[in-house]
Design a protein around this ligand. Sequence first.
Ligand code: CA
Ligand code: CA
Ligand code: CA
Length: 149
Amino acid sequence: MLSIVLFAICVGLSSQQLPHGHELTQMVDYGFSLTDTDKNGIISLQELSTAYSIGDFDGDGQISFAEYMKVTNQTEAMARPMFNAYDTDGDGMLPLDHMAEYLHLMDKNGDGRVDKNEYEHYTVKLIQCVYSDHGHGSHGHAASCVTQH
Ligand SMILES: [Ca+2]
Ligand SMILES: [Ca+2]
Ligand SMILES: [Ca+2]
């Protein structure tokens, strides 16, 4: 699983066409800058939680698929594969208290902080992995996507 840092990114994924190469990297960088609210080049757990909680419109501590679609402004076809990648237990909800777990997945060198390189590496790989089957209901979970190599 990962983060709704992706919320910011997914806004750019609203078309059926998945960006590639430089365009994808730019989109990911934009997501990073939106999440890194104090602009110190590091995404902290608090910043991640804040970014994530934006999508919890009804304040129940979880992101439902409807909330996810609303905050990412995506079509169901585009939103579903990524949502499913995060929803590892398949209950249709993404709980806010999983932030530390998401952060840990991105923190490649294990220093407890996520810098831009780590974020970029993880997110680009995740997007490519989740959408690699062209959105036909990918069942690749975010965690397995990024631990394959
Ligand atoms: Ca920061
Ligand atoms: Ca909610
Ligand atoms: Ca790190």
